[in-house]
Design a protein around this ligand. Structure first.
Ligand code: ADP
Ligand code: MG
Ligand code: MG
Length: 878
């Protein structure tokens, strides 16, 4: 039998999101559990790939399958597609595996033409409804299937309303809509040099291809990149008979969350718009009413609505985000999915579902999105400072956190000013998908129109971005670049502070504070997290402040202390430069002697904060010229201070210049040339450990990490210096202090020879920044110039410096772990670069059998969560 590309909702239950897309799978599942939905069928994601493989065409047999499927829907509904009696109208809806808000568009009321619209008008005795549907269809078809901007057609409607003095779309009369339809069609003909297609099958096929085509539009590509959605997934298309919310006052449409998506509170949070079609709510064209309004108008429908929501929560065991439409007092659901929520709501809902017995603790841990978990660590406004401030306007609390910045009026402006180091608040009448880049760059987003499910709100919640929307008191003038609130005009120089938890807007800056992370839901979840993970989490920290912060976030040690950062202080850089410019070993040792006590103090502070946890110190890594001045005046100053001529200093700078410093004289190569630097650092590390151990009565556990090793003899050479220095100091101290010497694995050769290197190393720490750089042969500093071309040409889908390249670099990691442990059973293994705090990479490290990951302090809770999720997933898979 040949492959099936089209499935009716009734036969599709259990086929999965991969094939049906999220929307299609939801429609099949709702059908299965008895939720009322308008019937129809799904054209699978495989058909989307087939469309691209066939040179962006629907193969003949697929066209026939779709036609056959329509025949079945005709039978089921008793309606006729394009018929003279009881016409069948459908929506054509895109639906990828995960929801991509606003990225892919839907066409409603397809099947209307000059004949069917008249039949519909007569049969429903509702001419206004018929022509309203028709004009919406022409507009959407033009806009979405043909990709033409809707501005001109929107303007025709606006002008009509203005001329007649109407405020709302619903006031426009049937005759006027008829005229509008004519104008729309005229416009269509002028624009495309052809008549608006009247054959419903032609309309349908064009719409289906348009959905497939939109999978590859620039907006969709940007969203996919941001959210790591592979291009190969494709989108499904759903063709569904229409439920009409625009038939009059006993009809309407709305959206509902089964719990509050902002706070997680267990109350249905819904909005309802009478006499309207779905797009009106989503587009934020009219501001919807509270759901209580439905209860007042149609209590029976309301009851059925609430009962169905309960049924769905029980079935899905999660908070649902639903669309519904009431046609002449009959309720239909049109979509359900696990609702997007703020990280705070996610946390509360997961804990509540455990208490309600719907899920267990492991499941609760899996329910939290690791990528947005750090948003929980977002600052909120300081209570006292906030109490003193008076809001100038209030909108809906649509996105989490708090944000302060100067006003920016377009996405480009926000992006540009952000790039220049300014903090901005993006102010828009309503956002659209083109605004995403501006939303990313802004501290917060303020919109004038739209409800809790408007584009701005949905996208902001997804990003964990502070957002206040539907702030109708604010009047935005995009041309003048001003916003007026209660008669006062604000410009791009004014600062607004937005509170995403209350929807209040303040003038000026308000102080922010960090939330409490040990108590309440957070504490509960982290307990489950720690019970379930095996991978330890350390932090990268060079300062006491970072170390303290990381411990508050639960770090189990320091995985990387970069010593070079410690030399940039004003009083230190001078000694450092003296050391670099020294002519003799003696001069160099004298300068190092000045640095040693400062360095020792640094380590003492870190050891004290870490209270006996492992502290891993990496020896000096960057090439020495990074410490020397570039500017003429500074060079002169330095020369005078150390009693050299400017020429001499410049000569030395010239000597140190390297064509390719990343692959130059750095890492342990410095220790090979200048063993005294390594000696000084070891002395500081060990002396500090001795002091703190004596002071606290608890032995410190220092680890000394040799960077950029590529050969066992090289490591042995450096290790000999370290051990000779350290052992002497420890013997003198009389303490039983233990230290460990190990290496970073960051050059492919080191990974290839890991079995040899492991014989001299007590630990490995993967440095995936360098390892990625060297494996790809990409310079980390230059890669941003050409990586975008790799994305747009679909060679790469993600940045290998952020998410470990499991195929390539991952293979080296895996191999080095196995080789290393083959010659050294006790080898302790970690990772200490950016990917150590990234969820997908952490799952890989768990599987590869690492002992720990190390990441920046703010990623520590994320890494703990991701480590627990990896362990739970592994257990469930067994
Ligand atoms: P999106 O993915 O952008 O939300 P949808 O396919 O869900 O797009 O459709 C947009 C709007 O049109 C939604 O409000 C939806 O409820 C409504 N809609 C879609 N199909 C139908 C239909 N067959 N009958 C009535 N309303 C529909
Ligand atoms: Mg939808
Ligand atoms: Mg490195």
């Amino acid at each position: 039998m040949s492959k099936q590309y089209v499935f009716h909702f009734k036969e599709a239950y259990g086929l999965g999101k991969e094939l049906l897309g999220g929307k299609g799978a939801g429609l099949a599942e709702m059908t299965h559990i008895g939720v009322p939905i308008p019937q129809g069928f799904t054209i699978t994601t495989e058909a989307c790939n087939l469309y691209y493989e066939s040179g962006k065409k629907l193969p003949e047999f697929l066209v026939k399958d779709v036609k056959d499927a329509i025949k079945v829907v005709e039978k089921e509904t008793g309606k006729n597609f394009g018929g003279n009696k009881n016409p069948l109208l459908v929506s054509v809806r895109s639906g990828a595996r995960v929801s991509m808000p606003g990225m892919m568009d839907t066409i409603l009321n397809l099947g209307l033409n000059d004949t069917t619209v008249e039949v519909l008008a007569k049969e429903t005795s509702n001419e206004r409804f018929a022509y309203d549907s028709y004009r919406r269809f022409i507009l959407m078809f033009t806009n979405i299937a043909k990709g033409h901007p809707r501005t001109a057609m929107d303007k025709m409607l606006e002008e009509l309303k203005e001329e007649k003095g109407y405020k709302l779309d619903t006031e426009v009369k049937a005759d006027e809509l008829k005229e509008l339809v004519k104008k729309y069609k005229q416009y269509y003909k002028e624009t495309f040099k052809e008549d608006f297609p009247s054959d419903p099958y032609v309309q349908l096929m064009e719409a289906v291809t348009a959905v497939f085509r939109s999978w590859d539009n620039p907006r969709a590509n940007v969203y996919r990149m941001m959210n790591n959605i592979p291009y190969s997934w494709g989108t499904a298309v759903n063709v569904q008979s229409m439920a009409f919310g625009n038939k009059g006052e006993t009809s309407g449409t709305g959206v509902a969350f089964s719990r509050n998506p902002g706070t997680g509170e267990k109350v249905v949070s819904a909005e309802y718009l009478p006499n309207a079609q779905g797009e009106d709510v989503v587009a934020g064209i009219r501001t919807p009413l509270h759901i209580d309004e439905l209860q007042k108008r149609m209590p029976d429908v309301y009851k059925q609505f609430m009962d169905t929501i309960k049924l769905m929560e029980k079935h899905y065991r999660d908070m649902q985000d639903m669309e519904f439409t009431v046609e002449d007092g009959k309720l239909y659901f049109l979509q359900t999915r696990n609702g997007k929520r703020t990280p705070a709501a996610a946390l509360k809902i997961a804990c509540d579902l455990v208490d309600e017995g719907l899920i267990d603790e492991k499941e609760a841990v899996l329910r939290i999105d690791a990528m947005s978990f750090d948003k929980l660590l977002l600052p909120a406004f300081d209570k006292d400072d906030l109490a003193k401030a008076t809001p100038i306007a209030t909108g809906l609390a649509a996105g989490p956190g708090a944000g302060t910045g100067k006003l920016a009026f377009t996405a480009e402006e926000a992006e540009e000013r952000h790039a220049n180091g300014e903090k901005v608040v993006l102010v828009r009448a309503e956002t659209s998908p083109e605004d995403i880049v501006g939303m990313v760059a802004a501290e917060a987003v303020l919109t004038m129109r739209g409800g809790m499910t408007s584009h701005a709100a949905v996208v902001a919640r997804g990003m964990g971005k502070c957002c206040v929307c539907g702030c109708s008191e604010a009047v935005i003038d995009e041309e003048k670049r001003t916003v007026t609130i209660n008669g006062k005009v604000y410009t791009d120089q004014d600062v607004f502070s937005l509170d995403g938890s209350t929807g209040k807007v303040y003038l000026g800056t308000i102080k922010t504070v960090m939330p409490d992370l040990t108590s309440g839901y957070f504490g509960r979840l982290m307990k489950w997290v720690d019970e379930n993970r095996t991978l330890k989490v350390r932090t990268n920290a060079d300062t006491p402040r970072d170390a303290k912060q990381a411990r508050e976030f639960g770090a189990q040690g320091i995985g990387l202390c970069r010593t070079e950062h410690m030399f940039f202080d004003k009083d230190r850089i001078f000694s450092m430069r003296k050391m670099i410019l020294a002519d003799t070993k003696e001069q160099r040792e004298a300068a190092l002697a000045e640095l040693e006590p400062m360095q020792q103090k640094d380590f003492e502070d870190l050891y004290e904060i870490m209270e006996g946890l492992n502290v891993n110190v990496r020896l000096l890594d960057p090439p020495l010229h990074e410490f020397l001045p570039q500017e003429e005046s500074l060079i002169e100053e330095l020369a005078n201070a150390i009693g050299k001529t400017v020429e001499q200093v410049k000569d030395r700078i010239g000597e140190l210049h390297e064509a390719n410093p990343m692959m130059g004289h750095r890492g342990c190569r410095l220790a090979v040339t200048y063993p005294e630097i390594c000696k000084m650092q070891t002395t500081a590390i060990i002396k500090a450990a001795i002091n703190v151990s004596k002071k606290t009565g608890k032995l410190v556990k220092p680890e000394i990490m040799v960077p950029l090793v590529l050969e066992v003899k090289e490591l042995k050479f450096v290790k000999n210096i370290i051990c000779a220095t350290a052992d002497k100091l420890i013997a003198e101290s009389g303490l039983n202090l233990k230290y460990h010497v190990g290496t970073m694995i960051e050059i492919p050769r080191a990974a290839l020879l890991a079995d040899e290197i492991a014989q001299e190393a007590e630990f490995f720490s993967f440095g995936t920044n360098d390892l990625t750089q060297m494996t790809f042969g990409f310079s980390r500093d230059d890669v941003t110039k050409f990586l975008p071309d790799y994305y747009s040409n679909k060679i790469f889908e993600e940045d290998p410096f952020k998410t470990l390249d499991q195929n390539g670099v991952g293979k080296l990691v895996d191999m080095a772990v196995k080789l290393g442990r083959s010659t050294n059973k006790h080898l302790h293994i970690g990772v200490c670069c950016e990917t150590g705090g990234e969820a997908k990479s952490i799952e890989f490290y768990h599987k590869a059998g690492l002992d720990y990951v190390s990441c920046s302090p703010f990623r520590v809770p994320v890494a703990r969560l991701a480590a627990a999720q990896a362990a739970i997933k592994e257990k469930l898979a067994k």
